[in-house]
Design a protein around this ligand. Structure first.
Ligand code: ZN
Length: 194
């Protein structure tokens, strides 16, 4: 990246599930301008403050098809980037392997459930300058690329869980919700003791 957009941003409050912007399709990015790059910087700052590995624009209340990620793959190699107007492809049903691992979401903090997803994903789109990008992910990165692209289509991972898992997820979230201030991560997570 000619200009490192992963630093210098402002931490924004993270939008929670139930907010309409999180459950509707987003507008495609058409202007690759300074406003977009400011949004991307702020998204990186917010993701870092929340100790996340990916963040979609809807998670800071913006209905634009863009996400950022900084996430290890199956070889523990951390990949970082921005994808505008993402499309994800996963292997065809017959030769794909599913990875069953715990998944969580910064917009539903404190809760994790096992969700099976293809263990390999290719995400294509554009970077913050409008140049084509292609990110190939294995391990957690494969999951992240699918999770963030879902967000931009108005899908949260709870939508992909069974009724039973979703109920467990919501119970877990309710137990820990008091640790996350409304404007988290602008105000840090409270400690359990506090
Ligand atoms: Zn999420």
């Amino acid at each position: 990246m000619a200009d490192d957009l992963s630093t210098g941003g402002t931490v924004l409050p993270i939008t929670r599930w139930g907010t309409p912007v999180m459950h509707a399709a987003t507008r495609p990015v058409t202007e690759f301008d300074d406003a977009l790059r400011t949004l991307v910087r702020d998204m990186f700052a917010t993701m870092h403050a929340a100790h996340g590995v990916g963040l979609a624009a809807t998670q800071v209340g913006v209905d634009l098809a863009v996400f950022v990620f900084e996430c290890p793959d199956a070889d523990e190699l951390v990949q970082r980037g921005v994808v505008c107007n993402p499309r994800v492809t996963v292997p065809e049903t017959r030769d794909r392997a599913l990875d069953s691992a715990e998944e969580g979401c910064l917009s539903y903090p404190g809760a994790y459930q096992v969700l099976a997803r293809p263990d390999h994903a290719v995400c294509t789109g554009q970077d913050a300058q409008g140049n084509p990008v292609r990110v190939e992910g294995t391990g957690l990165l494969a999951r992240c690329l699918q999770h963030e692209t879902d967000h931009l289509g108005g899908i949260v991972f709870g939508d992909r869980l069974s009724t039973r898992s979703r109920r467990l997820l919501s119970r877990q979230h309710e137990e820990l919700a008091h640790l996350y201030p409304d404007d988290w991560p602008v105000t840090p997570r409270r400690t359990s003791a506090g």
